[in-house]
Design a protein around this ligand. Structure first.
Ligand SMILES: [Zn+2]
Length: 295
């Protein structure tokens, strides 16, 4: 279990032991916090036939099936895009009838905010009339986008966020890479995202981005020049700029930061188009960035 989520997990395990866990949970928190790991660990705990507190036994048939990622009573819905109604209908069908392993049945829905309206509606009946010993675990980083009818039928659980020291200590324990404190700050409450970032190919590092940014703000390089240098890493530049803008926001909210935010959101959409002129997209973004009075 991820250290910053241990307390919450332990609390839920007490409720499982007392048979008082709500049948539908909505786990909330930013992406990269560890919601998916939490959901999976919780499902495995629910399915274990001889759990001890917040620990699975690791030896029962359920645990062995889980270790093999092959438990017939654990169903997972996830999708890169929107979660369509067919995925939800299929999942609900699997929940009908008795459990294969004569224990609990669990359905996990990752990124529940990506359910379409018809998907959400298809899920409503299951949420309203749960069959016995059936648990639904939904995760989301955008709870406000989850249909209100779904939200109101779930118990909402906002997972605790780690502080920067916890984040850095944990990421350090997972990798031997030196962690740039400024990069860590961008991902402060999203340790898994920071780890993924570090594990990605490091030809275009945050250091390089950071240096270029400094030069741009000091008007020692033009937005166009940077955009052309960075075009092969356009997605990364936009993402980092978005995080950077978010950081500036916490200080105050001048219009220039707001405009940078808007421009970054627009750039993300533009970059999805394979034929797009990346230099142009980046120049427009970096032009906005150059107007921010950096904190
Ligand atoms: Zn077990």
């Amino acid at each position: 279990m991820l250290p910053w989520l241990e307390g919450s997990f332990q609390q839920l395990s007490v409720r499982i032991a007392a048979d008082k866990l709500h049948h539908a949970l909505l786990l909330q928190g930013p992406s990269g916090l560890g919601k998916a790991n939490f959901a999976l660990d919780l499902a495995r705990l629910l399915l274990c036939h001889s759990r001890q507190g917040d620990k699975v036994c690791g030896r029962c048939q359920s645990c062995l099936l889980n270790i093999a990622n092959n438990h017939p009573d654990l169903h997972i819905v996830e999708s890169d895009k929107q979660i369509g109604v067919d995925l939800i209908r299929d999942a609900i069908k699997k929940l009908v009838g008795s459990a294969h392993m004569s224990g609990a049945k669990v359905l996990i829905i990752y990124s529940a905010h990506t359910m379409t309206e018809s998907s959400a509606n298809a899920l409503l009946k299951t949420l309203e009339e749960p069959t016995s010993n059936t648990f639904l675990i939904l995760t989301t980083e955008k709870p406000e986008r989850v249909l209100a009818t779904i939200r109101s039928r779930c118990e909402k659980l906002a997972l605790p966020l780690p502080n920067i020291r916890t984040t850095m200590a944990w990421v350090q324990s997972q990798t031997n890479t030196e962690i740039d404190i400024n990069l860590a700050k961008l991902f402060s409450t999203r340790p898994l995202a920071l780890l993924a970032e570090l594990q990605e190919e490091q030809s275009f590092t945050y250091d390089i981005y950071s240096l270029g940014l400094g030069k741009l703000l000091q008007k020692r390089i033009s937005a166009l020049q940077l955009a052309s240098d960075w075009q092969d890493n356009a997605d990364k530049v936009v993402k980092w700029t978005q995080y950077w803008a978010r950081q500036q926001c916490s200080e105050q909210q001048p219009d220039s930061v707001w405009e940078l935010h808007q421009q970054a959101a627009k750039a993300i959409k533009q970059l999805r188009n394979p034929g797009v002129n990346k230099i142009l997209v980046l120049t427009q973004l970096l032009d906005k960035l150059a107007l921010v009075d950096a904190a």
